[in-house]
Design a protein around this ligand. Structure first.
Ligand SMILES: Nc1nc2c(c(=O)[nH]1)N[C@H]1C(S)=C(S)[C@@H](COP(=O)(O)OP(=O)(O)OC[C@H]3O[C@@H](n4cnc5c(=O)[nH]c(N)nc54)[C@H](O)[C@@H]3O)O[C@H]1N2
Ligand SMILES: Nc1nc2c(c(=O)[nH]1)N[C@H]1C(S)=C(S)[C@@H](COP(=O)(O)OP(=O)(O)OC[C@H]3O[C@@H](n4cnc5c(=O)[nH]c(N)nc54)[C@H](O)[C@@H]3O)O[C@H]1N2
Ligand SMILES: [Mo]
Length: 637
């Protein structure tokens, strides 16, 4: 979610070179929601607290606390789901903690979730289990979908996914039989070349089982700053322009983060020569990161807005460090839209700072790009920006933009807070500047430091839709074309002797930037390659020995951890490590450097619909590295 200041900076830069972590993460969800519901931000979230049956695909909330599903104490909520007699099923090639506690764990071959989900759809159709429920009247394309999933029979899908045919059938029947059910797919299922299809197919199963938008199913959250919507809109457009280096189309005006290195190094019109990085460490977090690291070194100019001198910011000509999170007020505009209850929470800045806030850094950078200079008049700039943003609320409570702004002014209000106040007061829950006296505003949130619980999610169809006709086409044209690609993939031969590399997360880590905090990295080495003992035997690897892992783009040596939790033929390595590059000032992190998994991920392996990178199911070879043969020879003598 871009803040108004980041958006204005991007606009002032006037560039199509826009990249973010979205294309190494959840862009598939935006694209599938855009195509289905007309709004890339209308993302259904599982109703964790009320569901009877939860199917989780490629997510490990016991470590991650969940993602694109905002739920304080996600694991506790799963435990309560089981306690009330519910079921949760995990699909993951690794028997994670989440999987270990599950009612049922299925360990597929990585990269086959879209195939599996369409296999479930196939069973629902062929066994007459489709029950659309309340959304039936809004849906188009069901017959076309039924035809499209015909090739995905449980038998064919079993051979692609490595799962039992009977398990696939059973899972579909269980989903259909559950009083309420929700399917939830995340990183493991979406960071691959069929990512958008996997995301779309999650919604498809929720729709076919009558669980979209019903309590206990997958619902649209309505946090304190949002309106219910009109039920129609301009719809979603995709691929309005294409990348000159990869041919991939834009998604939400973004280009694939994986293509940044080529954009910098390949000469020609539109070559990327200068970069502003805000809160990103792509040298560790994006594919073929060695290549990107070298490419950053070739830029004419680079700015990093980041508190750390890390692997990426070390490449910058100038680093502008923002003050820490406790020195700014906070209301989460993005992640509350994905919360499992309707909520609103604002917290004030707690620690005073004399340094410019991040919003001011971005505002001054924007003024530089606007030709006003970094020392331009900040007040005028922010007043104009906020006034522009408030335009769309003109008329709320019968007030003009000027009147709205006057009502939000206050001695300790940052510009972002003033805008937020207008959003909250104009929302479904807001006081509408007096029209709705029981409604909320920023002052009422301030008086409630623990935040407001506005209740469980409520059905939002059809209002949440932004499609031009106010309907849902379950098989939008770009998806239909991509299903053909998936159908062809059913017949693709998988090479022998190859391992598939997947990632994992750990509770005490957060991508790349928690490794310089001693208390979070102490203890045993966590940056290990998980190898199944049977594969270890075959390869001559034991716990603690070194494996050499080689992919299409890179190679690295890493310590082995044997584990029967991982599916044979699959190896797992966490990301965000590899802190041994010169020129950083990360003392603790460099002493616990680990290796960078993204040395192995391929910048050219992309999901064509979303531009999302393939970060899981990477084909690799694994071999033992003989690190120290000399002592053995001595012993023989
Ligand atoms: N402690 C901690 N919390 C975090 C983060 C962190 O780094 N540390 N990162 C945050 C971020 S940015 C995000 S996006 C979220 C992500 O949150 P999650 O989506 O829960 O991500 P992971 O914990 O990586 O779990 C992904 C799982 O997918 C499995 N997997 C890999 N490949 C496949 C596949 O092809 N199919 C299936 N079905 N499974 C597969 C992996 O084995 C792994 O268990 O976590 C957030 N929370
Ligand atoms: N192989 C593999 N790669 C992955 C993933 C995977 O599962 N496997 N996961 C992917 C996912 S889901 C994601 S989201 C990306 C994350 O990719 P990135 O966002 O690039 O990675 P982070 O390590 O989260 O970097 C955050 C940066 O923000 C800085 N920062 C912290 N606080 C602030 C602040 O208040 N202001 C500013 N301006 N900066 C701040 C940190 O110092 C750090 O440099 O990684 C992706 N990469
Ligand atoms: Mo992420």
């Amino acid at each position: 979610m871009k803040t108004p200041f980041l958006s204005s900076l991007i606009k002032a830069m006037g560039t199509r070179h826009i990249y973010s972590a979205s294309t190494v993460d959840q862009m598939p969800m935006h694209v599938s929601s855009g195509l289905l519901f007309g709004d890339p931000d209308a993302i259904p979230v599982p109703d964790l607290d009320r569901t009877d049956f939860l199917l989780m695909i490629g997510a490990n909330p016991y470590e991650s606390n969940g993602s694109m599903c905002t739920a304080p104490d996600f694991p506790g909520r799963l435990e309560r789901l089981l306690e009330r007699g519910g079921t949760y099923v995990v699909v993951d090639p690794n028997r994670t903690k989440t999987a270990e506690k599950a009612s049922w764990h299925l360990a597929p071959i990585p990269g086959t979730d879209a195939h599996l989900l369409l296999g479930l759809a196939n069973v629902l159709f062929s066994e007459g289990l489709v029950d659309l429920g309340a959304v039936a009247g809004l849906l188009d394309g069901i017959d076309e979908l039924q035809v499209a999933v015909r090739p995905f029979t449980p038998g064919v899908v079993a051979s692609v996914t490595g799962l039992d045919e009977s398990h696939i059938t059973q899972l579909a029947r269980d989903l259909a039989a559950a009083k309420t059910a929700a399917v939830y797919g995340r990183i493991g299922s979406q960071t691959n070349v069929f990512g958008t299809l996997a995301s779309w197919a999650v919604d498809v199963i929720n729709i076919l089982t009558g669980n979209l938008d019903r309590p206990g199913g997958a619902m649209f959250s309505l946090p304190g700053h949002t309106a219910t919507g009109k039920g129609t809109g301009r719809g979603f457009t995709l691929h309005r322009w294409t990348s000159r280096v990869s041919g991939t189309g834009e998604a939400r005006a973004e280009m694939p983060a994986a293509t940044m290195a080529d954009e910098i190094t390949i000469e020609g019109d539109g070559q990327l020569r200068a970069l502003v990085v805000v809160a990103g460490n792509p040298v560790l977090s994006t594919p073929n990161s060695n290549k990107l690291d070298h490419a950053l070194g070739q830029l004419d100019y680079m700015v990093s807005v980041d508190p750390w001198l890390n692997e990426t910011s070390r490449r910058a000509n100038i680093i502008l460090p923002p003050p820490g999170p406790l020195s700014r007020s906070h209301y989460d505009v993005g992640l509350t839209r994905l919360a499992v209850r309707n909520v609103a929470k604002w917290s004030p800045a707690l620690v005073p700072t004399t340094r410019p806030g991040e919003w001011e850094i971005l505002a001054r950078l924007t003024m530089v790009f606007q030709g006003l200079g970094g020392n331009g008049d900040l007040d005028t700039f922010t007043d104009n920006l906020i006034a522009q943003r408030v335009q769309r609320f003109a008329g709320v409570g019968g007030l003009s933009v000027e009147e709205l702004l006057a009502l939000t002014d206050g001695p300790n209000r940052t510009p972002a807070d003033r805008l937020l106040d207008v959003m909250i007061r104009s929302s479904h829950w807001g006081d509408r500047f007096g029209e709705n006296p029981d409604g909320i505003n920023l002052a009422s949130l301030e008086a409630d430091p623990h935040g407001l619980d506005l209740g469980p999610m409520i059905p939002r169809l059809p209002n949440v839709l932004k499609t031009p006709d106010g309907r849902i086409n379950i098989l939008p044209a770009p998806i239909a074309t991509d299903v053909d690609r998936l159908t062809d993939d059913l017949l693709t031969e998988r090479p022998e002797g190859q391992f598939l590399l997947v990632g994992r997360r750990h509770l005490r880590s957060n991508n790349s930037w928690m490794h310089n905090v001693p208390v979070l990295v102490k203890g045993k080495n966590r940056c290990t390659l998980l190898v199944h003992p049977s594969d270890g035997d075959a390869l001559g690897l034991v716990g603690g020995s070194t494996a050499r892992v080689t992919s299409a783009v890179g190679t690295l040596d890493v310590a082995v951890e044997l584990s029967d939790k991982i599916r044979p033929g699959v190896v797992s390595l966490p990301h965000g490590w590899g802190h041994d590059l010169p020129g950083t000032s990360l003392t603790t992190a460099s002493a616990n450097a680990g290796v960078n998994a993204n040395v192995l991920t391929d910048h050219q392996a992309l999901d064509p619909l979303s531009g999302n990178a393939q970060l899981n199911a990477i084909p690799v070879t694994v071999e033992a590295v003989i690190t120290d043969p000399a002592p053995l020879e001595l012993a023989a003598n």
